[in-house]
Design a protein around this ligand. Structure first.
Ligand code: FAD
Length: 382
């Protein structure tokens, strides 16, 4: 039998690529390998699960067996690849060698962890996949107070969701505003005020230095001397694309695994997409870009070399207490911001010197303008 097309990862990138591939090719052997349990789920749902009272099982859309049947593929679960040997077109699972026709890296990004002193480090939970979510739900059951580390997009979404789920929430981060790399300060203030209006308490500036067990729950010691009482901690301090195995195999890596517009790494027959990929200099950790990549790469893998294009990629942030849509200016483009609106309803627009719209941040009722604005936003990869 000829060597299969092998996809590493069964997240949205891996499974969507497999679907797109099967639309064009029903015959070539297809093997998906994943370190997790291989269930199909939509990761964005992880930060709306408490408000909707969904267990991890409720968020699972299909078991790996059903996915294998649907995709006419083999799906190997709880299987971690440990090395790639591009010269012989094979990869390693421990001692076992698996040969491939083409290899696609869709192995995502991993949660950043920071060392914290104290005896309660095991009460800190990153939530970056369905299994993490299941573990956190078990840990949070019957508890009342959650400390969220990080005030980026994911930290703010979890804060809103946990409050909807009945928890008290504190957030701590070493920055001056929420979503500092994504948001104009005026929009950030609107989101922070919205979250505060439903009870969120922000501790902006310090970091968590020590987490200790106390008589009732946990004591979180912050670097400014404050002590926050909580029962469990969510870590949302960032994600780092997985690059180590690629680098060890001699593939070019940067922010992510470096690929060109055809999603091809520095080695022929090895491609990457999703959170792990740096596509023509862009490492976008969102769903829309990976869907564009999956469609283009399926064409390439079936004999029609196709470059991926990114249109505008606005991101809807799931903070229902203060609706937010944001489209940051493209990398390397300088512009001038103007802000209209007050309180919860902010329209922050970024224009270049010729008056062209480069990006925006819309909150509250201003999000209704997104469709009109999207028409004039620049494409991220034309
Ligand atoms: C809480 C949360 C909410 C989000 N909300 C949104 C949103 O609203 N909108 C949006 O656009 N984006 C959102 N995102 C981002 C979006 O979900 C991700 O960009 C996307 O799901 C990434 O998919 P992926 O397949 O690249 O990676 P992953 O889903 O992380 O999949 C990686 C896969 O690789 C496997 N793997 C890793 N290493 C190995 C190995 N060595 N061997 C074998 N398998 C391996 C893993 O087991 C897994 O199957 C959110 C992210 C989070 C965490």
């Amino acid at each position: 039998m000829s060597a299969p097309v092998v996809i590493i990862g069964t997240g949205l990138a891996g499974y969507n690529l497999a679907r797109e591939f099967r639309k064009l090719d029903g015959e070539t052997p297809l093997l998906l390998i994943t370190a997790d349990d291989g269930r199909s789920y939509s990761k964005p749902m992880l930060s709306t699960g408490f408000g909707k009272n969904k267990e991890a099982d409720d968020l699972s859309m299909a078991e790996p067996g059903a996915m294998a049947e649907q995709l006419k593929a083999e799906v190997r679960t709880h299987t971690r690849i440990s090395g790639i040997d591009p010269g012989h077109k094979r990869l390693w699972i421990g001692e076992e060698a698996v040969h491939y026709r083409d290899l696609i890296l869709a192995w995502g990004a991993q949660s950043v962890r920071v060392p914290v002193q104290g005896d309660a480090g095991d009460a800190i939970f990153p939530i970056n996949d369905l299994e993490d979510y299941a573990r956190f739900r078990t840990a949070a059951a019957g508890k009342r107070r959650v400390l969220v580390l990080g005030v980026g997009l994911i930290g703010c979404e979890f804060a809103n969701d946990l409050i909807l789920g009945g928890y008290e929430v504190d957030l701590v981060a070493p920055c001056e505003q929420v979503m500092p790399t994504l948001l104009h300060p005026a929009a950030a203030s609107a989101v922070q005020a919205g979250l505060e209006s439903i009870g969120a308490r922000f501790h902006l500036g310090p970091v968590l230095t020590r987490l200790s067990r106390a008589e009732q729950g946990l004591e979180a010691h912050l670097s400014d001397g404050e002590v926050v009482l909580c029962d469990v901690v969510v870590s949302a301090i960032g994600l780092r694309p997985r690059v180590d195995l690629a680098a060890a195999a001699g593939l070019e890596v940067g922010l992510g695994v470096v690929v060109n517009r055809h999603l091809q790494t520095s080695h022929a027959n090895i491609y990457a997409l999703g959170d792990c990929a740096e596509v023509d200099g862009l490492n976008l950790l969102y769903v829309m870009p990976l869907m564009s990549c999956a469609r283009a790469l399926a064409q390439t893998l079936t004999g029609t070399p196709t470059a991926v294009k990114y249109g505008p990629m606005p991101v809807t942030v799931k903070t229902p207490v203060c609706p937010l849509v944001v489209s940051p200016p493209p990398k390397g483009k300088e512009g001038v911001w103007s802000v209209e609106g007050l309180g919860a309803d902010i329209k922050a627009l970024c224009h270049d010197a010729s008056g062209n719209l480069l990006g925006y941040a819309l909150t509250g009722t201003a999000v209704m303008e997104k469709l009109a604005l999207n028409k004039t936003l620049p494409a991220l990869l034309a």
